[in-house]
Design a protein around this ligand. Structure first.
Ligand code: ATP
Ligand code: MG
Length: 411
């Protein structure tokens, strides 16, 4: 089946880049996710280019390049106001330990390059005329919504076990079915995932969690046992099932992780689950972990109190408070976003800086040095102002703190 596509949008934008490579006497094709997404009618973002030119030849052709993965044959070219990953045709013959190869062999044939790609839908190339080069019938699989390994799935997963995670994440993103032989092979080889760097697994798992058809990806992870080889998930079948029952999509990855953490903590009857440790095992960044934990504890507090507390909104900030409401919706609770926005608007102060008293003031009146008492007093004042127990005015707050024994007596 030959199919021709119109070179438009991002492909048209990239055309001069490919043209330069042709003019230098080499082959260049659009490949990978961009061609797949174009065939699916999805938005195309990154246009990947495959070429017969060697990396050093690409560097000769273009003036602005970055060596992002030259040992794997990839050069980043800055052109046409974009960044393009240009990868030399290659085979990956020397796999060790089921990981990505530590050396690659460059080849001059497109077919050889497409053969080393993971799934048939990702192994389609498009030439300068928009004609598809599709030696593994990827187009047919796209039409039938099937994820099928290129060639022998068992061999392909032994070469690079991450491909199994990619299969389940594509199922979650595209609502495609994993072809039977491919599925059986994932089940047989699931344990090989243990050899893969967590960072690489994390990227795929996160794409799965935020995919529109997350349920499909998670079901595949459960039925193939892939989840057992993911950090901290081996004993968490029930938590994953809860994420399957939940029909809603997550608005961002932090919300997705927060809900996963919540479902795990809910299942943990012995209360030994450490949310931070779990997230660290997944090698998420500290910044991200902080954000996820904020949402997780926000959700726990929201469930415990059963209502929207001004102090909680103040502590979370409006954006995250709304995210927590979104998570409540995932749990089948009515979201009170409108009520929340109103309470936020009516907060006396929205930022700790707006408190009418400073630590310095308290040290002066008490003639005491800073110490734990000071933090306690300021927090007490802040919370009392936010909750409307005291007016945000200096003398008022001092009187209030004295009354509540928060300022030590002068010595
Ligand atoms: P996305 O839309 O998420 O970027 P993608 O298919 O473009 O999806 P990339 O990780 O950007 O995924 O990879 C680009 C292409 O490189 C893929 O379409 C596929 O052809 C090939 N590829 C990526 N990872 C692997 C892998 N582990 N094994 C084999 N081929 C791969
Ligand atoms: Mg891509």
């Amino acid at each position: 089946m030959v199919k021709k596509l119109k070179i438009d949008g991002e492909f048209k934008k990239a055309y001069p880049v490919l043209e330069k490579i042709w003019e230098a006497g080499f082959e260049a094709y659009y490949v990978g996710g961009s061609v797949r997404d174009r065939l699916l009618g999805l938005e195309v973002n990154d246009v990947d280019i495959a070429t017969s030119a060697h990396p050093y030849e690409i560097k000769d052709i273009f003036s602005r390049t970055v060596d992002v993965g030259i040992e794997h044959g990839t050069v980043l070219v800055l052109a046409e106001e974009r960044e393009y990953e240009i990868t030399t045709f290659r085979t990956e013959s020397t796999y060790k330990d089921f990981r990505r190869p530590d050396s690659v062999t460059f080849v001059r044939s497109l077919k050889e390059d497409l053969k080393r790609r993971d799934f048939t839908m990702n192994a389609i190339a498009m030439d300068e005329a928009g004609l598809l080069q599709d030696p593994f019938d990827g187009l047919k699989d796209i039409e039938n919504e099937i994820i099928r390994a290129v060639g022998n799935p068992h061999e392909r997963f032994n070469e690079d076990a991450l491909r199994m995670m990619r299969a389940v994440r594509f199922a979650a993103q595209l609502d495609f079915k994993i072809e039977e032989e491919t599925m059986i092979s994932i089940k047989e080889n699931a344990h090989l995932l243990e050899k893969i760097a967590i960072e690489r697994i994390q990227i795929e798992f996160e794409k799965l969690l935020t995919g529109t058809w997350r349920q499909k990806g998670l079901e595949a992870m459960l039925s193939t046992n892939l989840y057992q080889y993911c950090p901290g998930l081996a004993e968490e079948k029930k938590a994953l099932e809860a994420l399957i029952e939940d029909q809603k999509s997550f608005e961002d990855s932090e919300s997705a992780w927060a809900m996963l953490v919540y479902q795990i903590s809910k299942e943990d009857h012995l209360n030994i689950f450490k949310d931070r440790k779990f997230l660290v095992r997944w090698k998420l960044s500290n910044k991200k972990i902080q954000k996820i934990r904020k949402l997780f504890y926000g959700l726990k507090n929201r469930i415990r109190s059963g209502m929207i507390e001004p102090l909680e909104i103040f502590n979370l900030g409006i954006e995250d408070a709304l995210k927590v409401e979104g998570l409540m919706n995932h749990l089948g609770e009515e979201t009170k976003a409108e009520e929340l926005k109103k309470i936020y608007q009516n907060l006396v102060i929205k930022d700790p800086d707006e408190l009418a008293i400073r630590g310095q003031d308290l040290m002066e009146i008490s003639a005491r040095k800073a110490g734990p008492w000071l933090g306690d007093a300021l927090t007490y004042a802040l919370e009392s102002v936010v909750c409307g127990r005291v007016i945000n005015e200096k003398q008022n707050i001092i009187g209030f703190l004295v009354e509540h024994n928060k300022i030590p007596d002068k010595i």
